[in-house]
Design a protein around this ligand. Structure first.
Ligand code: NI
Length: 385
């Protein structure tokens, strides 16, 4: 039997799992029940596992022969979104929803575990299953790595279901795929006073506004236009009422790019614009810059291997536009070679046409079979090559 044929046998089982996970979504860092459910499934299969980072799970399937170790990763957290779908497996946890499809990732990896468990006598090496918490807050991957998830690992493979890709197609393209995602907070300090006497104060509303405007010159005037990048100020709050000069302003924002060198330059560029703009207006401003996730860069060799795996399971390999969103799978790719596959789940006939994070988000469950098969096929191909 081929891996796809074995995955087909487990398909209904995997759909059932996905619906169960969908019913009980949990917030990042709080995936206790989800983690228990995963453990239960692994126990049923007789696969050894351990809990790390509170709600993360690391499990291993050892092949008959020794060899390399390949890691397969699925993230398990949900989002603060109230589900609007009216299906029988609708979210039962008010205000939370698997609106990014991580319920699919968990069940596809469990499906792959079933397949790999059946064929372990044909594997040269070890498959490590990583069930990772807190992807949506960009903390989980770092926590899992600190807990030793990558120790002894030669390569890693991850997946994300993707609403822009038709079910049946998958992207495993090489190179930068998803952007770095960092965040910043700016504190502006001016001097309060009466709105009728601006000269006696230092207006934090004006300074904050000028900072927003000047930050836009970084991407438009300072970076190479052939290098996609974003600097967005998402919130600005300053002032308390109409006739008072604001003494303080707070801005928050995010940066995105596909080039690690630009990412490294962002803090310095932002700091200069923020501080110099403030001093132009006699104010002070402090930038706090924190790193979220790196750029997801798919390794060429692993991408080629994944293309072969896709062909073996009968799915279509496609190339898509890069995505400005971030994925903390990048943290693993910074350490070991690997690929993040984007698995198509779109099917308008099944209402699976809403974007990631939408309250009506849903998937064509046929993709689950492709996902399970792809995880398993890639693991086998990586270990036996
Ligand atoms: Ni996601």
């Amino acid at each position: 039997m081929t891996i796809r044929e074995i995955a087909k046998e487990y398909h209904q089982n995997v759909i059932g799992l996905r619906r169960n996970f969908h019913k009980s979504p949990e917030a990042s860092l709080n995936e206790y029940n989800t983690s228990e459910m995963i453990k239960e499934e692994l126990n049923k299969l007789g696969i050894e596992c351990r809990t790390v980072a509170n709600t993360g799970i690391i499990a291993e399937i050892k092949g008959k022969n020794s060899g390399k170790t390949v890691a397969l990763r699925a993230d398990i957290d949900a989002l603060s979104v109230t589900e609007l779908n009216q299906c029988e497996f609708k979210s039962q946890n008010e205000g939370l929803m698997h609106a990014c499809g991580h319920d699919c990732h968990i069940s596809m990896l469990l499906g792959a575990a079933m397949v790999l468990n059946d064929i372990k006598d044909n594997l040269n090496g070890t498959v490590r299953l990583i069930f990772q918490p807190a992807e949506e807050v960009a903390k989980g991957a770092k926590m899992m790595i600190e807990a030793g998830a990558l120790e002894g690992v030669d390569g890693i493979f991850g997946m994300h279901v993707w609403s822009d890709i038709e079910c049946g197609s998958v992207s495993v393209q090489e190179g930068p795929l998803m952007a770095s995602s960092d965040l910043f907070t700016i504190k502006v300090t001016g001097k309060g006073g009466h709105g009728s006497a601006p000269h006696q104060g230092v207006d934090a509303v004006l300074v904050s506004s000028a900072i927003v405007m000047n930050l836009q010159s970084i991407v438009s005037r300072e970076l190479d236009p052939l290098q996609p990048a974003v600097v967005s100020v998402g919130s600005l709050s300053a002032g308390s009422r109409f006739n008072v000069i604001a003494s303080e302003g707070i801005l928050t924002g995010t940066t995105r790019c596909f080039n690690p060198e630009i990412r490294a330059k962002f803090p310095k560029m932002l700091k200069r614009v923020v501080e110099d703009t403030a001093s132009t207006f006699r104010a002070e401003a402090v930038l706090e810059y924190s790193h979220g996730t790196s750029v997801v860069i798919n390794n060429k060799e692993c991408s080629d291997l994944a293309k072969d795996s896709l062909q073996k399971i009968g799915a279509k390999s496609i190339v898509i536009e890069k995505i400005m969103g971030g994925e903390d799978f990048a943290e693993y790719l910074d350490k070991v070679p690997g690929v993040l596959a984007l698995v198509g789940v779109r099917n308008e006939d099944k209402n699976a046409c809403y974007p990631q994070h939408h309250p009506n988000y849903t998937v064509d469950e046929e993709a689950l079979e492709i996902g399970s098969a792809l995880y398993a096929q890639y693991a086998q191909d990586f270990l036996n090559k």
